[in-house]
Design a protein around this ligand. Structure first.
Ligand code: ATP
Length: 227
């Protein structure tokens, strides 16, 4: 198992009390598979991803990434874990306007202290994998929305993470481009063996997932095979 959430409860301050955003959630995501997470607005999907990304510490329960139990890890260790083992793709690509597509990826390796020449090679390989080899030297304003999201996905894979967390990646795309991005995420999951969690509101995407689980009021239904 590359990602395991066990008995996670997360609450937020809410007036005088607490709001329970995740209620004893357990989820195992094996390597090389996509688990789609659906659920109404406010049900807890983003909270689930934030806990899985170790960006929020739950009130109770454990998050295990690539076999490493994150409970009690220092902030520095968690930051290192996120850099090396977790790739995150948010709704909006959030690319840096001044950098080319290849440089968006190289920055990740630079932060990690890797050699620039090797980083350039890996960035070009990944841009090839997402069908962007011929646009490696374009800046974000010279790319379409779908192309920006491809760069975003390639960037999330730059440090070869074992876990890929994807939050509504197609919300800014039309149906066709959205389907292409979902197909890309599925293919990369298989090829690279990531444990992928895909939050989506689009039921058309569920057919490509290995398993589908639904969140309601912070509770998860047991994952079931898609289709
Ligand atoms: N920082 C916060 N402080 C207080 N309450 C929060 C905070 N973040 C989220 N919530 C609440 O927790 C619940 C779950 O929110 P979350 O963002 O995880 O839902 P979601 O399923 O991702 O929603 P959407 O589909 O609208 O993005 C909601 O009731 C929300 O209002």
């Amino acid at each position: 198992m590359s990602l395991r959430l066990t008995d996670i409860t997360l609450t937020y301050p809410d007036g005088d009390g607490r709001l329970t955003a995740l209620d004893r959630v357990t989820l195992d995501v094996p390597r090389g598979t996509v688990t789609a997470v659906i659920g109404p607005s406010g049900s807890g999907k983003s909270s689930l991803l934030a806990v899985a990304a170790t960006l929020i510490t739950p009130d109770s329960g454990t998050v295990t990434v690539d076999g490493a139990d994150t409970t009690g890890m220092s902030r520095g260790d968690l930051a290192g874990l996120r850099r090396h083992r977790i790739g995150v793709v948010f709704q909006q690509p959030n690319l840096l306007p001044a950098l080319t597509a290849a440089e968006q990826l190289q920055v990740m390796a630079h932060i990690d202290g890797r050699r620039p020449r090797a980083a350039r090679g890996r960035a070009l390989d990944l841009l090839g994998a997402v069908g962007m080899a011929d646009r490696a030297d374009r800046r974000p304003h010279q790319l379409s929305g779908g192309q920006r999201q491809r760069v975003n996905i390639a960037r999330a894979l730059m440090n070869d993470p074992g876990v890929l967390l994807v939050d509504e990646p197609t919300s800014a795309l039309d149906h066709e481009r959205g389907a292409a991005v979902i197909g890309l995420i599925t293919r990369l999951t298989r090829e690279r063996g990531t444990a992928t969690v895909l939050v989506t509101h689009d039921h058309a995407h569920l057919a490509v997932a290995d398993r589908v689980t639904e969140v309601h009021d912070g509770r998860l239904t047991p994952p079931a095979p898609a289709g």
